[in-house]
Design a protein around this ligand. Structure first.
Ligand SMILES: N[C@@H](CCC(=O)N[C@@H](CS)C(=O)NCC(=O)O)C(=O)O
Length: 226
């Protein structure tokens, strides 16, 4: 029984925040969520965050002690180690290390996906689409029968990739089916993550509208087709 309260300091579109929200929801831990305007960061937020980035996890102990954690994976691992509910890493040390490595791969994949989604000209969109697709093909080659990254059990790698795939669930443009063509295992994984309650609950119901508005504001090439 945990006797402290948890606040996730967030932004509605942030994929790193979603990692932590998914872990909290998988573990069915109650938490509060406070969104920060990253275009006008409040002083209290800047005072708490060494990197000026979300997510932050504020931990209030029953004795009034307060701790602040930053960096999404540090937060996710703290939650995995301290909160009840299923563990999101395998116990076997080799498997654990491999999962951590695929999480690094996931962060780089997120960077390629983000570059593609926000590209402001066709040449850079094409280059990013190619490098993103190459990573998806690498994943296709290591995925098993699913439904999740490492089989039957939903884990931390799933929590990292779900926010990446969510971007593409929110889009209905011509290029996207090409990126996801001929990688059936990745597509099955993507669909399984899309239907997971923790993944659904990690964002608000207006996520899609907010994300599309973001792409239009960025004048992303993809937004021309929407
Ligand atoms: N490595 C960090 C990355 C977090 C991050 O990039 N957060 C973005 C929002 S998705 C942010 O707060 N950006 C604000 C800024 O860079 O000014 C983590 O894993 O927590």
């Amino acid at each position: 029984m945990t006797m402290h309260s948890l606040t996730l300091i967030s932004h509605p579109l942030c994929p790193f925040v979603q990692r932590a929200a998914i872990v909290l929801l998988e573990k069915q831990v109650a938490f509060e969520r406070i969104n920060v305007d990253l275009n006008a960061k409040p002083a209290w937020f800047l005072a708490l965050s060494p990197t000026a980035k979300v997510p932050l996890l504020q931990i209030r102990q029953p004795d009034g002690e307060e701790e602040i954690l930053f960096e999404s994976m540090a937060i996710c691992e703290y939650l995995d180690e301290t909160q009840p509910g299923p563990h999101l890493y395998p116990a076997n040390p080799v498997a654990h290390a491999k999962h951590r490595a695929w999480i690094e791969f996931g962060s780089a994949t997120l960077g390629e996906a983000w570059g593609y989604l926000n590209a402001k000209n066709h040449a850079s969109a094409e280059a990013k689409a190619t490098s993103f697709k190459e990573r998806l093909v690498q994943l296709e080659n290591v995925l098993g029968h699913g439904p999740y990254f490492d089989g039957e059990i939903f884990g931390m790698v799933d929590a990292v990739f779900a926010p990446i795939f969510r971007y593409f669930d929110a889009l209905e443009t011509d290029g996207v089916p090409l990126i996801f063509a001929d990688i059936p295992k990745v597509n099955a994984w993507r669909r399984n993550l899309q239907g997971r309650a923790s993944v659904i609950g990690a964002v608000s119901v207006d996520y899609q509208a907010l994300f599309l508005a973001h792409l239009r504001r960025q004048k992303a090439v993809l937004a021309e087709k929407m």
